[in-house]
Ligand binder design. Structure first.
Ligand SMILES: [Zn+2]
Length: 341
């Protein structure tokens, strides 16, 4: 790497820094929205949904920032080298800083003179923050169990039953609790990692809603078993990026069942990926297919999933979709269109 940076490069750096700062301000605004939802006096029936959606926004902005951070690496290295060389005009920097501080002080005095509004604002912010904190702790914090016995909670129980009775034999699949299940006001929640050897690792944040007997997935990422990623970071491989997109549709169908069945659907679905890079497509009988210029050649990365079938009025039997059948994305769309006829 060259020590000097051309004026064009520095210009680009400044524009990158500006972009990153804009993203920081977007994160602040996402966080503000998120806080507003938590602060709201009336919590509607869609509160959990809103909570999840807003959390997703915050996560999206944080991901954007981390990508932009990558672009700033060159500039930061340059800044570090310059700092080591220490060729700064300290006197000028000091006098500029003092000037700014004096101006800031004057502005503050003026504001304070305006009938102490600044202080008032401060106390409002403090009160709101305290209120938000109280609300947040009532929602998120663990409710201490009154039971003395250590009876496993709903999701933990379902998962261990699935592992014992439904996990396909000879499938090297394990489930780790990244966050132990704990009770919440409306049910329970936990975070699990499904590890399928030689194929994938899926990280899921699950919630069980007792009253509606529903399962909710708040966040998820599916990455290669070979990857080491921070939580909720996307995969570097095209096939897994695409699988994350597919999962959005698949989960929607699979979560249409009651909680226990929905959870079993999801675990069955992940288990069906054990032959991800080996099994040929059910339609074209090939392993690799040209997908798109962006994703290039992909193996059949679709595995069919459970979906509630419409009830037929006459005695015609509905075509039951085979679960876990491998398809290429394009072949799957063709297959689905034919089935819908
Ligand atoms: Zn195919």
């Amino acid at each position: 790497m060259s020590l000097k940076r051309s004026p064009e490069e520095i210009e680009k750096d400044i524009s990158n820094i500006e972009h990153a700062l804009l993203t920081v301000s977007e994160i602040r605004s996402s966080l503000k929205h998120f806080t507003n939802i938590i602060q709201a006096e009336q919590k509607g029936s869609n509160f959990v949904q809103l909570f999840g959606d807003r959390l997703k926004c915050v996560r999206y902005d944080l991901n954007t920032l981390s990508a932009q951070g990558e672009n700033l690496k060159g500039a930061l290295e340059h800044a570090q080298i310059t700092a080591i060389e220490n060729k700064f005009n300290w006197n000028m920097i000091k006098s500029e800083a003092e000037k700014e501080a004096t101006e800031e002080e004057i502005r503050y005095r003026e504001e304070e003179a305006n009938s102490g509004k600044a202080k008032e604002l401060g106390s409002i912010v403090k009160a709101s923050a305290e209120h938000a904190y109280k609300e947040l702790s009532s929602i998120v914090l663990e409710r201490k169990s009154t039971l003395t016995t250590s009876e496993p909670l709903f999701l933990t129980k379902c998962i261990s039953e699935w592992l014992a009775e439904n996990k396909p034999i000879n499938t090297e699949l394990s489930i780790i609790f990244a966050k132990k299940e704990y009770s919440t006001l409306c049910g329970s929640t936990c975070r699990i990692k499904i590890c399928m050897r030689k194929a994938l690792v899926a990280d899921l944040e699950l919630e069980y809603e007792r009253e509606s007997d529903a399962l909710v997935i708040h966040q998820y990422t599916i990455i290669s078993a070979k990857e080491e990623k921070q939580s909720w970071q996307n995969s570097q491989y095209f096939v897994f990026q695409k699988m994350n997109l597919l999962a959005t549709t698949a989960f929607e169908d699979m979560l249409g069942f009651f909680a226990r069945e929905a959870l079993y659907n999801i675990l069955d679905w992940f288990a069906s990926y054990h032959d991800l890079f080996i099994s040929p497509c059910q339609r074209c009988h090939k392993v690799l297919q040209f997908d798109s210029p962006q994703y290039r050649y992909l193996p059949p990365m679709v595995r069919t999933w459970a979906k509630k079938q419409p009830i037929y009025q006459n005695n015609e039997t509905a075509t039951v979709r085979k679960i876990g059948a491998p398809y290429h994305m394009r072949c799957f769309i063709e297959y689905r269109n034919n089935q819908a006829m």
